[in-house]
Design a protein around this ligand. Structure first.
Ligand SMILES: NC(=O)c1ccc[n+]([C@@H]2O[C@H](COP(=O)([O-])OP(=O)(O)OC[C@H]3O[C@@H](n4cnc5c(N)ncnc54)[C@H](O)[C@@H]3O)[C@@H](O)[C@H]2O)c1
Length: 467
């Protein structure tokens, strides 16, 4: 009997909860990821409002221009026209939409943790507006990467404090991490392998799941779990990938020393085994960018918080540092007396201007310290490179100019355009090209070009005695 009463009370509670009016969403933080998420929601037919504190970001979007360099962003803005709008007023997100995704930056703060200050500031503005609003319910979805535990320990109490509303009654919270890569953000949002949803209540998770299903062009695995499990899952996935990259790099280094070996032959074979899989198993350069290095650190931090020694991730981090040094040593070993090196690609990967933790930046830094005359080319990352290196290096206007500038050129990006330009290039003098991802077809090269492929045994590198 008691059970029956409880069941009735339980059902009543949920059926009288606020019914979502139209499932309009707002995305707070229109940066590299947030703008992509907002555009993908909007183009899948979800009524979407973008929110950002930066006036220039809001103005650019409302004037039909993407403030972020990412494939598809401009095309989506053109396609959507007036169907997608941005504002800097957080109250509009509360009044006009029922679900708000928060995707602001969570910068690293040195000790392996991320700062929650932008998430807190966004939630404070939203919660104050929610407190003043007559709307009975709102769903807050945290998508920024946070140190596990942040949602329950910090964000939920903060929403309660500034809104005066009650958790699981007036509002719910989900943690919905993104597994997208810069350079293909819009594509990845619509075609994920996996969607992880941490939820305060199943009803809230259902809403987020429905939105993903609407946006996805594929049918990803949707994994629903507690808020804290989702937070740990986010950093675990990236930590695993960095471990895999480091393993592939270890094989690549070995192959450079063992006559007759080729890292691609090995990784493409072992990657077929389902226990391994072929992705992120291409030896070459260290991992970089805005996510992998810091998620690895975050995994270490959380381990330490729970008195576990993070030996595995510490090793991954060490392997990565060594991989950067290995590239610098290899490049320097080919330097002529002129001490001139050109570098094609400064960003951490192709099709993005992001230079954070880029192996190319680490290489250039090492060369500059050694007074090497460095010339670079990377149109997307030119501005960031100038901020980092100013007049310490030279900047080319084309791939060809860059190749002409030095007797040794390093190709750091995995890019068809760069590969084809090098294969077409006719050098004025002898040139050594160091191909970090083994893309270039040696048979297509001009006879004055020597090719050295990272991760492959090479006579150039090992000398005749090891042939
Ligand atoms: N970059 C990646 O590859 C990647 C991948 C997965 C997850 N993430 C995570 O996604 C989050 C966002 O990263 P990003 O690279 O898009 O950041 P970003 O710096 O490119 O963009 C953040 C945006 O948030 C805005 N903002 C800051 N405070 C605000 C506030 N109070 N209200 C409204 N807008 C505000 C900023 O003006 C900026 O436009 C981070 O937590 C990051 O770790 C990033």
């Amino acid at each position: 009997m008691d059970d029956e009463i409880l069941f009735v009370i339980h059902s009543y509670k949920f059926t009288t909860d606020y019914e979502f009016m139209n499932d309009a969403v707002s995305v707070v933080g229109l940066g590299k990821l947030g703008l992509g998420l907002a555009l993908c929601f909007a183009s899948s037919g979800v009524e979407t409002l973008g929110v950002d504190v930066k006036e220039d970001v809001v103005d650019a979007i409302n004037n039909g221009k993407t403030p972020i360099v990412e494939p598809e962003y401009q095309e989506l803005i053109d396609e959507l026209g007036e169907k997608f709008r941005a504002t800097n007023n957080h109250a509009e997100a509360i009044e006009k939409t029922d679900i708000t995704f928060i995707l602001v930056a969570t910068p690293s703060i040195g000790d392996g943790r991320f700062s929650n200050r932008y998430v807190k500031s966004a939630l404070k503005s939203l919660s104050e507006a929610f407190g003043k609003s007559k709307k009975p319910y709102h769903l807050f979805v945290i998508s920024s990467t946070v140190v596990p535990g942040s949602t329950e320990k910090t964000f939920i109490p903060l929403i309660e404090q500034y809104s005066g509303r009650k958790y699981k009654k007036d509002f719910d919270v989900c943690f919905d991490p993104d597994f997208v890569a810069l350079g293909s953000v819009a594509k990845d949002f619509r075609n994920p392998d996996l969607v992880i949803i941490g939820e305060s209540r199943p009803e809230a998770g259902d809403k987020v799941e429905a939105l993903h299903k609407k946006m996805c062009h594929n049918q990803p695995k949707i994994a629903r779990m507690s808020l804290i499990s989702a937070e740990v899952a986010k950093v675990s996935l990236n930590a695993y990938i960095t471990m895999k990259i480091s393993f592939a790099n270890t094989i690549a280094n070995l192959c450079e020393r063992i006559p007759g070996t080729d890292v691609d032959a090995i990784t493409s074979a072992i990657g077929v085994d389902k226990r391994i899989s072929p992705y992120y198993l291409r030896g070459g350069l260290a991992f970089g960018g805005t996510c992998f290095p810091r998620d690895t650190k975050a995994f270490m931090t959380i381990s330490q918080q729970y008195n576990l020694s993070p030996i595995l991730m510490e090793s991954v981090e060490r392997v990565n540092v060594v991989q950067n040094k290995h590239l610098a040593e290899t490049v320097k070993s080919f330097m002529t007396k002129e001490k001139k090196i050109s570098v094609l690609g400064v960003a951490f990967k192709d099709k993005t201007p992001v230079v954070e933790a880029s192996p190319a930046v680490s290489l250039i830094q090492e060369l500059v310290i050694d007074d090497v005359d460095v010339t670079i080319y990377d149109p997307l990352a030119m501005e960031s490179a100038q901020t980092l290196f100013d007049d310490e290096i030279s900047y080319s206007a084309s791939i060809e100019d860059c190749l002409n500038s030095s007797p040794v050129c390093v190709l750091t990006l995995m890019s068809k355009d760069y590969k084809e330009a090098i294969e077409r290039f006719v050098p004025k003098e002898k040139l050594t090209v160091i191909d970090c991802w083994r893309q270039i077809d040696a048979d297509k090269l001009h006879k004055n070009i020597n090719l050295l492929a990272i991760g492959r045994f090479n006579d150039l590198q090992n000398g005749d005695d090891q042939k």
